[in-house]
Structures are given as C-alpha cells and as structure tokens.
Design a protein around this ligand. Sequence first.
Ligand code: SAH
Length: 286
Amino acid sequence: MTAKKPTFAHLSEVQRALNQSAVARECAKPAPLFFGQRDAVHLYPIMRSDTLRNTSTNWRAQPEVLSKARAFMVERLRADSIGDSKVWAAMALLPRHVFLDDAFYLRAYHDDALPIGYGQTISHPSTVARMIALLRSQGELTRVLEIGTGCGYQAALLTLCATHVFSIERIEPLYRLALDNITRVQRFLPRPPQLSFGDGTLGLPNHAPFDGIIIAAAGLSVPQALLQQLRIGGVLVAPVQMGLQKQQVLIKITRLKNDEWQREIIDDAKFVPLLDGTQSESHTGI
Ligand code: SAH
C-alpha cells in the first residue's frame, strides 16, 4: 500500500519568511509625493525638522525626504508668516532645493535667504510668500511682472499663482541660471515664466499693463516706468531704501486712477540693491 501523497507541500521556513515579507510590502503604502493639503506632522511623526542636518546622506537621491522637509517648511510658514492658500499650495509643490547650489541645498527648506552667486541671494520663503499674497490682494492675477529673476524661484512660484508671468534679470549669468532652473522644474509648472535679460527698471512696455508687479531688489524709489505699466486697480510690491541710510521698507502701491497711486508701508525689509543697466558674462565673477 503506497502512502497518500499530501495535497499541499509543506512550506519551508525560508518560503514562509519570503511570503510574510511580501505581505508586509503589500500593506505598506508608498509615501505620497505631494501632500500640500495635509498635515505633515501627522503623516510623518518620526521625521525631525533637522533631518537634513545629517550631511553624510545624499538627500538629493531621496526626493521624498526633501518633499517632507518642504511640507514641514510650509507648515511652519503657515503658522508664523503671511501668505494665502494658493501661495502655500504652490510652495508645497515647487522644489526650492533645485534652485540652489549643492553647497546650500540642505538649507533649502529653512526660512533663509541664501547666496546664488554674483553677490545676489534667493529671498526668504516667508518674504516671497508675503509679496505674492500682497499682489493677490487685488484679486486673481492674469499678467504679472517680476523685476530681479535671480535664480528663478519666485518667477516659477508666480506661474502657479498667475496666468502669464514675465521676469527680468540684469545679470546675464543669473538669467541663464534661471532659464536652466526653470527647465529642471517645468513639470511642476502650468506654463513657464517668460524670462528676459535686461534692465528691469524700464519694465516691459510691450507686455503691459500688468495686474501685479513685484520688485525683488531695493531702489531709492519705484521707477516711474513700472508705475505706468500697472493696470488701474493693479498692485506693485517693492522694497524701497529710505534716504541714504541702509534702512528699507516693503511697500504696496495700488494704482487707483490713470494718474493716482496709493502707497502703503507694510514692514521693514532687507533686499539686495536695485541697479540700473545690465552686467554681462565678461564683467562678472562669483
Ligand atoms: N527673485 C529672486 C530674488 C533675486 S535677488 C528669488 O526668487 O529669490 C534680486 C535680483 O534682482 C538679483 O539677481 C539682481 O541682479 C536683480 N536686479 C537688481 N537690479 C535689477 C534691475 N534693474 N533689473 C533686473 N534685475 C535687477
């Protein structure tokens, strides 16, 4: 009499362990890459805000960690700074580290102004959020002009808050850097900003009028050409240097009529200077 063959073969220990880990993998949900509307603290209770201080890890190879850091930054800014829901959603989406040099990318999600070369800086995220929110106080934005593209971060954010964005930079290598950076983040943008190399104090008369104008550098006054390129009801936001002292204030100007502008002082400010003319490749150095 032959022994009855078992219907099922017994699982080996190894096979059992493999099956268990496959089930565990199946149950673990992948981290979402965008969670602007959700609370990062609840999603990632074990992540500490200073994770990126561990400089022995190449965090660029772990975009989900940078994405969490960005969500934390937006959460902190939302609690402490001025902005609005559209600006916060744009900031949660757009990677800021892509706009920074390798030397600084670990600080991309701190509320810091950081060097971008040629003596210029990327503005604090809190400053950028406040300026865009001030611009949006006049209503939805169709056409926006930025003076001082720098590395292109604010111009890219603006495309998530306005239909057509134009931006001018006076330092040629920075204009090229911004073009490059915009290409690297284009999948996040509905349409790229239109960048140009030139003296922004002249504005872009061929594309005027604008619903909003942001000046990202401080002059002794707001250039008349820019005031003229604002549509009636439009808003201009700019840092202005007070007299010959270094003190600056952020101002909001609303065009009330063809020949009437209303000016409000918003807060103290700290920006690089607004300069006339342009600076080309051959005259610059970091
Ligand atoms: N928008 C940037 C901030 C850049 S810093 C951000 O996203 O963080 C300000 C920039 O203004 C510098 O790059 C500087 O070169 C530029 N700038 C100063 N005067 C200018 C002018 N007249 N026209 C255009 N750009 C100007």
